[in-house]
Design a protein around this ligand. Structure first.
Ligand SMILES: Nc1ncnc2c1ncn2[C@@H]1O[C@H](COP(=O)(O)OP(=O)(O)OP(=O)(O)O)[C@@H](O)[C@H]1O
Ligand SMILES: [Mg+2]
Length: 270
């Protein structure tokens, strides 16, 4: 009786964030880089980072993903085991393991995120192997399945990525990242180098996958249409600082900071 009652009660336990970022800074010069950045990211949440060229978006993403050490600040990540890990006091090996397992990183240029000398199937299987999967059939099966999911003909499984178009390479990079069931994926302008029609298809695909897999994503883009389509929440950066943060629709429809207003209006009136 009590048990069935309890089941009907709304969940009162607040969801804990996945990532806690506090006062993160790395400056290459005055207002070059990023400074004083703090936020929480929750499971399944998509956070967009927008702002003009040079505002510090990529620097922030490199800090968040542990690829660069900050000059100040901290990042805590709550792992699958529910333990909090202080990213910068973790060892290099721990950070690398995270990036291969629970995290993913989709580079703007797929050539930076793929191994161009090995087949599409091997690109997908690699992260599974890093997690200890050795069974050939299982690796092959996952490769075929993921090619299918990112709309690449599975018959191309033994082909090298260099024989793929830019859009296909980007989809392969996404498959390679998602095969290991990450919880958090970083993306830096994932549609940046692609034709508009290819971009639209990739965005549709990404949107579906993010929802289906309940992924938390931090995505850098200077394209507000991409932000609108994918992000739940936005951070607007200017000259190394976050000038505004809020729900995507709120920021795009009713920006408060003068710079956000400029950013939004300059896109509406090209
Ligand atoms: N390794 C570095 N050494 C020196 N300066 C750097 C370095 N990396 C970035 N910067 C500078 O820091 C500032 C922020 O760069 P960042 O690449 O983070 O900007 P961004 O917002 O990603 O720009 P874009 O939209 O053009 O990619 C820029 O002025 C850049 O020149
Ligand atoms: Mg950048």
């Amino acid at each position: 009786m009590i048990q069935s009652l309890m089941k009907q009660l709304p969940v009162s336990v607040p969801v804990e964030p996945l990532l806690q970022v506090r006062d993160l800074s790395l400056l290459y010069g005055p207002e070059k880089g990023c400074q004083g950045v703090s936020f929480d990211l929750y499971p399944g949440e998509v956070l967009g980072i927008v702002g003009e060229s040079g505002s510090g978006k990529s620097t922030l993403l490199s800090l968040l993903s542990g690829r660069l050490p900050p000059q100040a600040g901290s990042i805590s990540y709550r792992g699958k085991d529910q333990q909090w890990l202080d990213l910068y006091s973790a060892s290099e090996a721990q950070r690398r393991t995270l990036l291969r397992t629970e995290w993913g990183f989709v580079e703007q240029n797929p050539r930076d995120g793929l191994r161009m000398g090995v087949s599409a199937g091997a690109n997908i299987g690699e992260r599974l192997m890093a997690q200890g999967v050795r069974n050939y059939q299982q690796l092959r099966g996952a490769g075929l399945d993921w090619l299918n999911q990112v709309e690449i003909d599975p018959l191309r499984i033994d082909d090298l990525p260099r024989t793929f178009s830019g859009g296909m390479q980007q989809r392969l990079q996404i498959a390679r990242n998602l095969v290991s069931s990450p919880r958090l994926v970083f993306m830096d302008e994932p549609t940046g180098g692609l034709d508009v029609s290819v971009q639209a298809r990739l965005l549709d695909l990404l949107r579906g996958l993010v929802r289906e897999l309940d992924l938390a994503v931090v995505i850098v883009t200077h394209d507000l249409a991409v932000a609108r389509l994918l992000a739940d929440r936005l951070m607007v950066m200017r000259r190394s600082r976050v000038v505004e943060t809020g729900l995507t629709d709120q920021i795009l429809d009713d920006p408060q900071h003068p710079y956000s207003q400029l950013l939004v209006s300059s896109v509406l009136q090209p």
